[in-house]
Design a protein around this ligand. Structure first.
Ligand code: SF4
Length: 447
């Protein structure tokens, strides 16, 4: 048995991975100009909102549409009804972290269960990481839950339970809170007139102002933050920011935007470009598009009329996810009540899927023959079995954001009773029901 424990510990040590990068513009700060360097030229007029009357009209149209059409979401209800500013900020913060790279429809149930279990920062600060991981299981990007809890503990222990009251302080004082999240919390919870830039806002603004340069580049991101800060409605900043994001999520969608229903279509340069087949007649237009403009599409990739407004935004080609193969073994035994039980081990507390539970697993080199895989897995398990006793069940593919992962699944039924020493590596036997209630990833549930 000690070999098995040692092997499980080895499995934990051998795995590694990184956390997903924050959304573009979350944490990057604009570099100050070099002393003596000439100030950069302002972008041409067609890429800006410089007319106060147009800004007013856009705010009014967008907010009126939002009041009519916004989705009824639990975090919006809490933000609108909670009187205590710390609780309100906490409710918005949880929603913003859960919504990062995750669909609204998926988040709703997780959010409701989370807020029921931990309605305040203080309640979350007292939870164990195991409880957090169990509730987060299946939501993906697991470090988000862990960091949220770490930051809640910091607010309780170092900030007297009081959430920072500005976007600047939120970003500075709370680990895991970047520029976007700080702006969202401050504008929605406290009414601070500060803009936000997320993927939806990038798409809407790039279309409104025909910005076709790489939308993940620092020059474009800086421009979009400036624009978001200039546009945000001074009296309803939280609603304005949510309206802009809502527009990107429901109307100005990536592939087939509903321009006919769009409340800001009269302000949209991309739509005008599509309707008239050429840039709209605004001053300085001849300065634009023929090289030199940092916000126009690159000369090598000009406007494509078949794409219409979806010419914008543009992004540098995404890096292909790397491929990885992992052998994993489902060890099973008959428990004392006759039910089947399975052995799971806990992953390290940092790196990919930190702290989650999984079947004992071993990363494989590419192109390894099956015979060799069995030998390595048997050796890794440390169980006195012949490699041939492992039964190959099949393969399971799971796509993480940056890894195309294939699990080669083996099973091994055990006849004898096994006792594990909890002092060594974290491992335990669970029934199928307990497995599903544990902090396990979606990939392991597929296995
Ligand atoms: Fe997006 Fe179309 Fe509205 Fe322009 S008019 S903002 S492209 S939905």
């Amino acid at each position: 048995m000690s070999q098995l424990r040692a092997a499980a510990a080895g499995a934990l040590r051998r795995r590694s991975g990184g956390r997903p990068a924050p959304p573009a513009g979350q944490s990057r700060k604009r570099a100050p100009p070099r002393p003596g360097a000439p100030a950069p030229a302002p972008p041409p007029a067609r890429h800006l909102f410089s007319d106060p009357a147009e800004i007013d009209a856009l705010r009014g149209n967008l907010l009126a549409w939002y009041d009519r059409c916004k989705r009824d979401l639990p975090w919006r209800t809490l933000a609108a009804t909670e009187l205590d500013a710390d609780r309100r900020a906490y409710a918005v913060w949880v929603s913003e972290i859960m919504l990062q790279q995750t669909q609204v429809a998926t988040v709703i149930d997780y959010y409701n269960r989370w807020m029921q279990k931990w309605p305040t920062l203080q309640a979350l600060a007292q939870a164990s990481l195991e409880e957090v991981n169990e509730l987060w299981a299946g939501l993906g990007y697991y470090s988000r839950g862990k960091r949220l809890q770490e930051a809640a503990r910091k607010v309780v222990s170092e900030l007297d339970g009081r959430m920072p009251r500005t976007a600047e302080d939120l970003q500075k004082l709370l680990p895991g809170v970047g520029r976007y999240t700080a702006g969202a919390i401050a504008s929605i919870s406290y009414g601070q007139a500060t803009g936000v830039v997320d993927g939806n806002v990038i798409r809407v603004l790039c279309r409104l102002r025909c910005i076709g340069a790489d939308s993940s580049s620092p020059a474009v991101i800086d421009q979009l933050w400036d624009m978001a800060n200039a546009l945000v409605d001074r009296s309803r900043p939280g609603d304005f920011n949510q309206a802009l994001m809502e527009l990107g999520a429901t109307v100005c969608v990536p592939k087939a935007p509903l321009c006919g229903e769009c409340p800001v279509k009269q302000h949209c340069q991309a739509r005008l470009r599509k309707l008239f087949g050429k840039p709209s007649p605004v001053p300085d237009v001849e300065d634009c598009g023929v090289g030199g403009c940092p916000l126009c599409p690159p000369a090598a990739e000009p406007w494509d009329s078949s794409l219409g407004v979806t010419n914008f935004p543009r992004k540098a080609a995404k890096k292909q996810p790397r491929t990885a193969r992992t052998a994993t073994c489902v060890l099973e035994r008959r428990g004392c009540h006759g039910a089947l039980e399975y052995l799971i081990v806990q992953r390290p507390s940092s790196g990919l899927l930190a702290g989650l539970w999984e079947f004992p697993s071993l990363p494989l080199a590419q192109g390894l023959q099956e015979k060799k895989q069995r030998e390595m897995l048997a050796d890794h398990l440390g169980w006195p079995v012949m490699a041939g006793a492992l039964r190959l069940v099949g393969e399971v593919v799971h796509i993480f954001s940056h890894i195309h992962q294939t699990y080669v699944v083996y099973s091994l039924p055990l006849d004898e009773d096994v006792t594990l020493d909890p002092a060594l590596s974290p491992s335990r036997w669970v029934t199928e029901e307990e497995f599903h209630a544990s902090a396990v990833s979606t990939a392991m549930k597929k296995v």
